[in-house]
Every structure is written in C-alpha cells, then in structure tokens.
Design a protein around this ligand. Sequence first.
Ligand code: G3I
Length: 363
Amino acid sequence: MLTAGAVCVIVFLVVAALALILPDPDREPASELPALARSHGIDLGVAVAVNPLTHDSRYRDLVTDHYTSVTAENTMKWQYVQPERGTFDWSGPDAVVNHAGDHGLSVRGHTLLWHNQLPDWLAQGSFDAEELRAVMREHFGALMGRYEGRVASWDVINEPFEDDSPRLRENLWHRTLGEDYVAEALRTAHETDPEARLYINEFGVEGSGEKADALYELASDLLDQGVPLHGIGFQGHFVHGAVPEDLAENMRRFAELGLDVEISELDVRVPEPATTEDLEAQADEYRHVLESCLAVSRCVGVTVWGVADAHSWIPEWFPGYTAALPFDDDYAPKPALGGMIQALSRGRRAQPRATTRTMSGRR
Ligand code: G3I
C-alpha cells in the first residue's frame, strides 16, 4: 500500500516528465526558416553570446528554431580563449560548439587574427617575428585543433584593411611579420586543419568601392600565390537606408575567382526612435540581402549579428541607433524576420557559373 507521501511524489514526477515531453503551449512554433535555407543550400546563421545561450531558454529556442548555424559573437576571440600565454579557457567556446552539435547547427569560427579584443600579454608584448609566428601557431593549434571537424569554417583574418581606407591595416601582425602575414596565417590555418574553409572577413566592402577593390586585389593575389583562401565574409553592418544595391554584383566578382562568399555579420541599424515605417522598410532591406545571397551561386550563407535587439552590440557602439535585428527587445519577431522568410520562400537560387580560377581546398 502506497503512503500519501509516496503518491504525491509519483504524481509530481509524472507531471514533471509530461512537462518535459509535451510542447509548451505558449512557445512560438518553430519557424520554416531552417528548412527554407537548407532548400536553397545555404546556411542562415546567428551570432550568439554565451551568457544568454547558457541561461535563457527563450534565447536558446530562438537560435535553434530559426537558424541553421551559429557564430560565437565574442567567446572565441583571443582575449577570451587565451587570456594568459599558454592558458586557455574553453568554457565559452565549448558551450557554443556543444549547443550547435546538440541541435544540428553548423559553426563558423570567429576569429583567429584581429586587431581588437587581444589579451594584454599579446597586445602589449614585444615579439620578434619568429616568436610571434610561434604564438600564432600555438593559438591556431589549440583553438582549431580542439574543434577540428566541428567548426566548418574560420574567419582567419578579420578586418585586414583600415576602417575607412583601402590600405592594409597597421596591426600587430602586419608590423611584425610584414604584409605577408595574411598568407602566412592562412597557410598556418590550413596546416592546422586541412578540412576547414578559410576566410577573410571584412566590413565596408559589401558594395563596390575602393576598399572592396583592394580586398579583391588581395584575394586575387593570394589565389595567384596558391594560398589556401576559400572564402570572403562580407560583414554587412548596415545603416537603414544605405544598404548597397549592388551587393550581389560585388559578391559575384569574388565568387568568380573561385571563392565562396557570405554575409557574415548582418544587422541594419535604425536611428532612434524606430518607427513602424522604418521597421517595415528594414524588412525590405533584410529581404534584399537574402535575395542577393541567393543570386550568387557561391554564396553559402547569411549570418545575422545577434539573436535579439536586447543583446545587440549596436546601442553601445552607435549611440542613437537601435532595432538592428530580426527579433526585438522582448524576443518578439519583427518585420525583418518576415523579410527573410519572403526572400527564401519566393527566391530562386542562382545556378553555378564558370569560374575564372580554381584554388586548393575542398567543396
Ligand atoms: O567582457 C566584458 C565583461 O567582462 C564586462 O563585464 C562587460 C561590461 O560591459 O563588457 C564585456 O566586454 C564587452 C564584449 O563585447 C563582450 O561582451 C565589451 O564591453 C564590448 O565592447 C564588446 O563588444 C564586441 C565588439 O565586437 C568588440 O569589438 C561586440 O559584442 C561584438 O558584437 C563585436 O563584434 C565585431 C566582430 O567580432 C567583428 N566585426 C565587427 C563586429 C562589431 O564590432
């Protein structure tokens, strides 16, 4: 005979088990976006922050319901991964890569060489070329090695050009190793993980212009030298009203070199206060970006830079701007999400065109 206490425990366990199994009636239905993206053979990705990913189930649900890939917004950057020389912190990167693995999402690795978010020991250290090469090899070996087979592509070089000019940036790597640091880093990354797709990732190059031309020259030159460069990430941090019309045309010339291309950090910031009209026009801009990717046969994906406005980097970095992402501060979908759905529902995928060059690497 069961006691009343035992019956209570059993009832509690049954209710708890049902709560885990049955769908939550208040939960938004999973969207059609992942299937639509996959039907075109592209990834629809999102940049994620570790804290909400590990503590906020609604945030996690937005990621797994709407996207097919993730990028770590910060936690794979040098400052967090190797805060002291030879001391690595894998807690954040593991959380992102494990979440992706558990939900069938691919991972973009971001980022290996950048001038920002470096630890003090590196940014303020004085290294000769030989030692800096060793530092690079150690870091790539640890980070790429840990996630070999689980991180499909890496932003090996992030923002190699000056912010507003087509000149190669005077960063730590350039100063110490010379302008060949780009080729050296790509070769080192390729030796470390020969299967990974290796990218240069840049901003201000999405439409045609001097900086885009300089990137095109750099990419052509690297391919001529047989350097293992596989793709270009066009970041896509746009201002509402100024999204380049010629996005597809510009990406296509890189694709015709034999490179994959992608929009790697999409957001469209709106001046405050964001009106209903602004958000509807922003939806057209999101649609245009997705359509531009579909229009280029080697465009392999679009990644939005953040899950929801509540977590976006925009208000901190661009005071007076807001509402850059497809979900709002309360995680409710915005017209921009509809813009992406429209593009992927109606759009047709461009067919491959002959490339003028080939490069090493798989695909
Ligand atoms: O880590 C500290 C934490 O200890 C502290 O408590 C907190 C207080 O504000 O700040 C944390 O650091 C912030 C960091 O993001 C991690 O959240 C910095 O203040 C913040 O400035 C930093 O901003 C990041 C920015 O890169 C740094 O340059 C943005 O989140 C991130 O979205 C942005 O991402 C870059 C891409 O990597 C490359 N392309 C441009 C893009 C936008 O800058």
